[in-house]
Design a protein around this ligand. Sequence first.
Ligand SMILES: CC(=O)SCCNC(=O)CCNC(=O)[C@H](O)C(C)(C)COP(=O)(O)OP(=O)(O)OC[C@H]1O[C@@H](n2cnc3c(N)ncnc32)[C@H](O)[C@@H]1OP(=O)(O)O
Ligand SMILES: N[C@@H](CCO)C(=O)O
Length: 383
Amino acid sequence: MNTTPGTGVPLPPASGAWGEGDPPGRRQWHMWEKPLPLEAGGELPGVRLAYETWGQLTPDGSNAVLVLHALTGDSHVIGPAGPGHPTPGWWEGLVGPGRALDTDRWFVVAPNVLGGCQGSTGPSSRRPDGRHWGGDFPLLTQRDQVAAEVDLADALGIGRWALVIGGSMGGMRALEWAVSHPERTEALLLLACPAAASAEQIAWADIQLHAIRSDPHWHGGDYHDAGPGRGPHAGLGLARRLAHVTYRSEPELQARFGRTPQHTEDPWRGGRYQVGSYLDHHAAKLVGRFDAGSYVVLSEAMNTHDIGRGRGGTRAALRRVTARTLVAAVDSDRLYPPVQQAELAAGIPSADRLRVVRSPYGHDGFLIETDQVAALVRELTSS
Ligand SMILES: CC(=O)SCCNC(=O)CCNC(=O)[C@H](O)C(C)(C)COP(=O)(O)OP(=O)(O)OC[C@H]1O[C@@H](n2cnc3c(N)ncnc32)[C@H](O)[C@@H]1OP(=O)(O)O
Ligand SMILES: N[C@@H](CCO)C(=O)O
């Protein structure tokens, strides 16, 4: 078995690893019958969205909740790792019987984002002619991704979501839902996301894109047929290392790792500090479960995020939202700082005051502080 050097984490085969195959489990697929028209022009044929659901849809369709994942998430909100699900659920504490999104009450739907690599159409998927999309996969925007999710909602018979919830990239799509389809979004919970990607967010993403594209195994994105274990793994690993630092806070890293060497390694003689080893670990885990092409497509899509584009600017766009809304910031988030969520809370007429998730963990706080997120869900769904 090929493994990421020095980690033992298995590398995916370059071909057939993502976006294809129908592993057993709860995952289902929705196929678009027509090509999806894209905001940047052109269209995407053969679109499919992978999704998972929990609970039962009521006959009037009024209890549906849409959960939207972040950059490297997937449809597997809860449940163990298994075939097709390399990680256990990423919001385990939030969804299930007796939890804030109580599946005895709510019908919870979680799609894998368009452009992703866990069942939905993305660069590692095959085009109608059988070749991988690779570097020919078109530029997507959040609006395209939401348009694909609208078709899924229609297919499931959901005319209006009782709640749309998302953090980070998922929050961008949740916002896009509420702005483009206010009549279909009854309540909205936005976590750690902006109205538009800022210069700094674009800058961090650009550096990550450079890391991937400068990997000699990138081949312009056409590496999916390169053979088992071949792909821009080093570039993707670099991108994840950098991103992961932005996902955490400086005080957390300092308190947790300080200047401590990793076990018996000596940083003065080529060994690693603990924090370097920690980043190596997260890089290797991502390389083992995620497609670099999807990472590029989704990062570029996040860079296009600007809720006011073509809508008379951010303030005018936010005024379209009619959903009962809560916006929450993570107090230590240096990637999507609270000032961005304050702008959302102030600009959405139906939003209550900005809520703050207290966490030492930085941006990842929206994934880690599930008790605080659960309290916000309960507040929003009890009224
Ligand atoms: C919606 C979505 O975003 S879905 C995708 C979410 N999941 C991911 O992004 C996976 C990457 N992980 C993360 O982003 C974060 O780990 C979270 C948010 C999921 C969880 O955060 P935390 O619970 O604080 O985990 P933390 O960052 O401390 O990482 C723990 C891991 O680091 C490892 N680790 C800790 N210190 C070191 C070290 N010195 N050297 C090597 N590995 C280390 C631990 O062994 C543990 O490994 P494991 O996850 O394989 O069991
Ligand atoms: N850990 C999250 C952070 C981005 O919000 C992810 O990988 O999706």
